[in-house]
Write a protein of this length. Sequence first.
Length: 350
Amino acid sequence: MPRSSKNPPAKGGPVTLATVAARAGVSPQTVSNAINSPDLLRPETLERVRRVIEETGYRPSRAAQTLRTRSSRLIGYGIQPAHSSSPVLDRFLHALSQAADAAGYRILLFASPDGGPSLEGYEELLDQHEVDGFVLSGTDRADPRQAWLTKRGVPFVGFGRMWSGRPLGDWVDVDGACGTDAAVEHLVAHGHRRIAFLGWERGVSGAGDDRAEGWQRAMRRHGLPVRGRRGQSVNDIDAARAAAKPLLDGGATAVIAASDMLALGCYQTLRERGTLPGRDVAVIGFDDSPTAELLSPTLTSVAQPLEEVGRECVRLLLARIATPDAAPERLLLEPSLIVRDSSTTATAPL
């Protein structure tokens, strides 16, 4: 009879560390090492214990782990006010939570004030010793958080680059320039030559400038003019509708927008003129929000690999917690173009 069957848990009773040890045929200390110090175990022993943990659904006591390791198993994440949140960050938070849960951690949410990144909330959590590290989003120019956390030796990882100043910390980002470059290639393949870009104001957003750079790079590679083809708007449908008008007046047969919100403004302008997105002017958005496939016509959009971003953020943060002095790791992930009805109608080359 296998050793693990000699001392099965009481039927319906809670699964404890001792339960796992009995089933795996090891000591309780070995189970503890498998959870907290896996490098101390032989690979075959570690695999056996982990298999039993998975089969039994055992979850370590967070309070006990905190006492042993001085770790809360909590990751802090500041959320923006509801009126300024976006579907992209909502999906990222979902992916981040799943990745953290798989690693035995939880995401601790706290309110981040409107008006750009600030230190509010971070110092309070650290004073209470409630988190092991932070995940930052909305990283942009003049963001004080990375330098402040680095100075205090607090582990963090950014969803997004710093964009200015001395590079600090680990980050995971999506290559926006690669996404808009692919959008231009798609449109050129369908015969478009007068391709406009509707983005945010220059210098306001590092991500926005990155997306504009990809459009400009691809246009120049094909020998296509960019002068007079770039419009600027805040991330608002009405503002985008007004900003799209000069681009269409200038004869653009296609518009690449820096967000799906800006693309919606372009949709409205086209309809006001009695023209249709896709049929008369191609439109491509960015972020592949849930709205993209509900529009009529459905919107072609650049999709960010948010599940991968969430996994990599958790991986980099846990690596930083384990090895504080390791060299920074920075990942730039490639987005994908989701082609729908708004960009597939061919136009005659000009």
